[in-house]
Design a protein around this ligand. Structure first.
Ligand code: TYD
Ligand code: MG
Length: 471
């Protein structure tokens, strides 16, 4: 077979060049040219051979495209059949389970547990359906060793150590697994491209061909992707557009706990969080995770405040820590781990302007305990209380929690589903809650046994309440 033609396409303007150049000759952007397989109208498209092979065994829920446009009313709406993965916390993020013909991208730092989790999933399903695990990172012996450690040595999972795309496509077409895992997409390469495995063009082309094969044959395909230091999936974000579901592993590898978050899900909601603990025998789901992100201090310490946050349908209590210290350099540092950094600067400005608390000559560091990432603005109030506590070097009273969004005008805005957050806090024995006035329960509020509620509507009011509390 003749080697397919490749061209270099600019990722900014789409302009083509015959050879690689540092600067796009069309739009003059730097470092944007990416090697791509040329697809001509007359010649066969790259992967067409395999696409055809895959189409031959279509039928297991394959998504065959009709010819020409049809009326929306004529289309049979098909509910996605979710196949439970056997791991409840994973099914929760997936919206019920794996979908035939669906392509899932699982991203995460090295060593966080991607391979472990997927081996557990395949082993659990292998009794009923054919499962295939293709690894480009580990040998079959290494995978077998892991399976032994997990107590899954006897599961009939098929293993293959392979990195070449064309071989994989043939194997998928012949072995017809129900679920295939490719660990990882960065190790896969196609001979059609001259660039190295893991480069943007390789990853994009290989993922596209694998996705096409999965769609036409109804195979559930799981692609493992590495995350770079910057937090993006190494190389191409383009992968995120191609696949149906994107899941990310979060959490620091030092702690036992691991989180899986859905960034995108064509088959379900995206706000759910799966919580796992890494044990001696693999990942175990944590069904009641609300208290795992609290650190245990013998005595209350300055600079911490507990936040009642909401992840999907589950309330979580997370300790927010702040350290405010006089800056050594002329421009003070603002650093946040697990919380929005841009929002931190905004909150400090609000604190100054509307509560008279200056921090312009101070370094400010904030952190969410346990490697959890908090994106909701309802964390604002807890962040500010932790900062104020560190600045004054006065601990907040034991058993205090807070939530609420802080606006630019210094107002405290309500958080969604405040009652659920309070109920969880009361259940865990918290005794004082500083909450947005609009979240205060109507009537007596008796439902939160033992929880003293302090509704506030402005940031200065919130600080006033804290000052009046017995230490
Ligand atoms: P791994 O799943 O290989 O991570 P990834 O594929 O995301 O790079 O490894 C996860 C880590 O977990 C590894 O450092 C060893 C550890 N581990 C356990 O603690 N218990 C276990 O049962 C297994 C299999 C691994
Ligand atoms: Mg791995």
């Amino acid at each position: 077979m003749a080697k397919p033609q490749t061209v270099y396409v600019c990722s900014e303007c789409g302009g083509k060049s015959a050879k690689w150049q540092g600067r796009c000759p069309h739009c003059e952007a730097w470092n944007t040219l990416v090697e791509t397989v040329e697809s001509t109208a007359s010649g066969p498209r790259p992967g067409a051979r395999h696409g055809a092979a895959a189409a031959q065994f279509a039928g297991r829920g394959g998504l065959a495209a009709p010819n020409g446009p049809i009326l929306l009313t004529e289309v049979q709406a098909e509910r996605h059949r979710h196949q439970p993965s056997g791991i409840d916390e994973l099914d929760r993020v997936l919206g019920g389970g794996l979908v035939p013909g669906g392509v899932l991208l699982l991203g995460g730092d090295p060593g966080i547990g991607k391979s472990t989790l997927l081996l557990q999933v395949l082993a659990g399903l292998a009794a009923d359906l054919p499962m295939l695990y293709i690894s480009g990172e580990e040998s079959a012996a290494q995978i077998a060793l892991r399976a032994q450690r997990l107590g899954l040595k006897d599961a009939p999972v098929r293993l293959m150590a392979e990195t070449q795309l064309e071989v994989m496509l043939d194997t998928l077409a012949n072995a017809r697994p129900a679920v295939a895992v490719i660990d990882s997409i960065q190790t896969v390469y196609t001979e059609a491209l001259s660039s190295a495995p893991g480069s943007v063009s390789q990853v994009r082309e290989c993922a596209a061909q694998l996705t096409r094969a999965a769609k036409t044959s109804g195979i559930t395909l799981v692609l493992v992707g590495h995350v770079t230091k910057e937090g993006a999936l190494a190389g191409p974000r383009v992968l995120e557009h191609m696949v149906d579901t994107v899941l990310y592993f979060e959490g620091d590898t030092q702690s036992r706990f691991r989180l899986i978050r859905a960034i995108k899900n064509r088959f379900g909601a995206v706000n759910e969080l799966g919580v796992f603990a890494m044990t001696e025998h693999g990942l175990k789901g944590v069904s009641n995770p609300s208290a795992i992100f609290l650190s245990t201090h013998a005595e209350p310490v300055p600079g911490t405040c507990v936040l009642a946050t909401l992840e999907g349908t589950r309330p979580l209590l997370v300790e927010v820590q702040a350290l405010v210290d006089s800056a050594a350099a002329p421009s003070p540092r603002r650093l946040s781990v697990g919380l929005d950094a841009a929002r931190l600067a905004m909150l400090l400005a609000v604190l100054h302007r509307h509560a008279g608390v200056a921090s312009g000559d101070q370094d400010v560091f904030v952190n969410a305990v346990g490697g959890v990432r908090i994106t909701e603005p309802a964390a604002d109030l807890a962040v500010l209380l932790a900062i104020q506590s560190s600045l004054r070097n006065r601990p907040l009273p034991r058993g205090l929690l807070a939530f609420g969004e802080v606006g630019l005008a210094g107002e405290i805005r309500p958080a969604p589903r405040g009652q659920e957050r309070l109920r969880e806090a009361a259940k865990l024995g918290f005794s004082i809650a500083i909450i947005p006035a609009a979240n205060a329960p109507k009537g007596s509020g008796r439902q939160f046994e033992g929880l003293e509620l302090h509704p506030v509507s402005r940031i200065d009011e919130a600080l006033e309440v804290v000052r009046g509390l017995p230490a």
